[in-house]
Ligand binder design. Sequence first.
Ligand code: PNS
Length: 161
Amino acid sequence: MTRIAVYPGSFDPITRGHEDLIRRSLEFVDRLIVAVAVNVAKQPLFSLDERVQLIEATVPDKRVEVRSFEGLLAEFAKKVNAAVIVRGLRAVSDFEYEFQMALMNRNLAPKIETVFLVPAFDLTYLSSSLVREVARFGGDVSQLVDPVVQRALKRKFELPR
Ligand code: PNS
C-alpha cells in the first residue's frame, strides 16, 4: 500500500523550513503531495503558478508532487487518497491555530490524521512572511531560501541580481 501525505500551505514562497519538513516527511511516507492553497484570505506576493513552480524547482524528488487546491483541504486530501496531513510546528504560538485546524479537518475527514513535525533547530524562527519582509528591503536571504527563490524575490522587488 502506498502511503500518501499532503503537505498544505501558502508557500509564499517556499523556504528552507518547508524543504526541511518535506525531507522529514519523506522518511515515513511513500508519496508527498505539496498542496499550494489558493488562499482567499491572503494577498500573496507570488501568484499560484509562481509558487508551484518555485516548489518544483526547489524540490526535484520523484516522490514529491506539487499541486494547487481551492476550497477545503480535507476535501482535497480525501480526493488524492491521503492518509496523513503534515504540518510544521515551530513555536507554541503556532499551536492553537494548528490544533483547531487539525480538529476541524478530522471532523471533515475522520480517516485522515494530521501529523505535526518539528523543524530543524536553526530553522525554527523562519517563516515565509519574514523572508518576504527581509527580501523586500534588500536583506540577505541566501541562508533561508533556495537560490531559485532568492532570484525570484529579487525580480519581484526589482533588486539588482
Ligand atoms: O501556510 P499556511 O498559510 O499556514 O497554510 C494554511 C492552509 C492553507 C493550510 C489553511 O489555510 C487551509 O487548509 N486552507 C484551505 C481551506 C480550509 O480547508 N480551511 C479550513 C481549515 S480547518
